[in-house]
Design a protein around this ligand. Structure first.
Ligand code: ZN
Length: 460
């Protein structure tokens, strides 16, 4: 029985937009062909004047339910995802006080099973405290690992399992992850340079938005990027550098790839759409690490996408309450405001607008937001492509619809978007996961817990 038939849409198939009908059986794409018969289908969607693309695969979210449920939980977080055309979320690890990395992982997974509206995977914590858990986390199905190049204070529960306190441990972590064959995602910033620069800013009485930007100079990213690549190459681990932002880091990554090193990188939507001056106007809602940099770095990010240096766009979705984010409630001290911003629901719409503005082709966008993340994180071709046999994870988009993004309309509990009041063209009409319509023009159509747990290369 055909569960779903999408008629008359322009389907992104084999690298092109083609007018085809698409049918779904058992949650999988069953046929992509012309003039399919409608008599047998349970549900028919007329996609005339619409484009059908594979669902987005976001490999970097911090929904952080369980500890920070007031910011977002796995239900609101995946409302954000589905309304934003993301059909797979890969959630970052969260150290829970008094729990081991494996216990924290199991608690996250249990909560996701109850609440997620879209499919999901988990990243495992890989820090100096958790080296012994890496192989077991891999057995339990994590799609990758995450490490911070910092010496986190032991009392910081959230970071305790993810910190590599020095380079000896970073190398040992990489060697252990290499044995699993999984990707090692690394937040690459030089801890010592930043710690001293923050002290310098505060000593000079500088605590405004730009003080944060200045406390994390390009060299703090470049040095850590190089060091992570050198150690990862030594350990023969697949390295993924998250939310990279500097022109020189992109050059280093490009060179490393030319030498055959196994490295990939992500860029966030906020680093693509803002420069330092624009970020300063928005203020603390756009306090992120690494900071939003100048236009030459922004341009380098777009060029990096174009030439393949940057394979993935990932949201780094990090919601906070207004109280945690706003300068006024933090004594006008940027260093006391939370770092990170929620972008899960705005990332693909902003990128569709960029397609309309000819900043990126639709084919390239699908590569960086869907196919490449699925490939790198072991979920391809179940996810990340429209082809017969793949999961029917689809987004029906209206490239001509114009609207204004507004914080108050966001599904994130934080009600924050740095794209507030932006007029854009290109809207997500329907989001479909395994053949079921999850989001339809402002309505959510599946029960909590519809999402499925994904492990690398499961059912491939
Ligand atoms: Zn992050």
């Amino acid at each position: 029985m055909t569960e779903l038939l999408i008629k008359n849409g322009l389907v992104f198939f084999a690298g092109n937009l083609v007018r085809k009908d698409l049918s779904v059986v058992n949650g999988k794409i069953n046929a992509i062909s012309e003039n399919q018969s409608v008599t047998e289908a349970e549900k028919i969607i007329d996609a005339s004047d619409k484009i059908v693309i594979p669902g987005g695969v976001d490999v970097h979210t911090h929904i952080l339910d369980l500890v920070y449920s007031y910011r977002d939980d796995f239900f609101t977080g995946t409302q954000c995802a589905s309304s934003g055309g993301i059909t797979t979320v890969i959630e970052m690890p969260l150290g829970i006080e008094g729990k081991t990395a494996i216990e924290s992982f199991e608690m996250q997974l249990k909560e996701m099973k109850k609440k997620c509206l879209v499919d999901y995977g988990l990243i495992g914590a890989a820090g100096h405290n958790t080296i012994d858990s890496i192989s077991e986390l891999a057995e339990r199905g994590v799609v990758a690992f995450k490490t911070f190049m910092i010496n986190a204070p032991e009392e910081e529960a959230e970071l305790k399992d993810l910190a590599a306190k020095d380079d000896y441990y970073l190398l040992e972590i990489f060697k252990e992850i290499a044995k699993t064959g999984l990707v090692s995602s690394v937040h690459a910033e030089n801890d010592a340079i930043i710690a001293h620069e923050i002290e310098n800013q505060i000593a000079q009485g500088k605590t405004d938005f730009i003080a944060h930007t200045n406390s994390r100079p390009v060299i703090s990213e470049d040095e850590a990027c190089m060091r992570a690549m050198v150690l990862a190459n030594q350990a023969k681990v697949k390295l993924n550098l998250v939310h990279m932002s500097s022109k020189t880091s992109f050059e280093h990554i490009r060179n490393a790839k030319q030498m055959g090193w196994n490295v990939s990188c992500e860029v966030t939507p906020h680093h693509l759409f803002f420069t330092t001056e624009e970020a300063e106007k928005i203020g603390s809602w756009l306090k992120v690490n690494p900071p939003i940099r100048s236009i030459e770095h922004q341009e380098a990010a777009w060029n990096g996408i174009k030439d393949g240096t940057i394979e993935m766009i990932a949201s780094d979705h990090s919601p906070y309450s207004h109280e945690e984010k706003d300068m006024k409630s933090k004594n006008n001290n940027i260093f006391e405001c939370g770092s990170g911003t929620p972008t899960l629901e705005t990332m693909l719409p902003m990128m569709l607008d960029a397609v309309n503005k000819k900043k990126i082709s639709l084919a390239k966008l699908i590569d960086v937001i869907s196919s490449n993340p699925a490939k790198r994180f072991g979920l391809f071709p179940r996810k990340g492509i429209i082809k017969v046999g793949s999961d029917a994870d689809l987004v029906i988009i209206d490239m001509n619809k114009e609207y204004t993004l507004k914080s108050e309309n966001m599904y994130t509990k934080s009600k924050i978007t740095v794209f507030d009041e932006m007029k854009i063209k290109g809207a997500i009409e329907k989001t479909i996961v395994r053949g079921r319509v999850v989001f339809d023009s402002g309505k959510f159509c599946v029960e909590k817990g519809f999402g499925e747990y994904l492990t690398p290369n499961s059912s491939n």
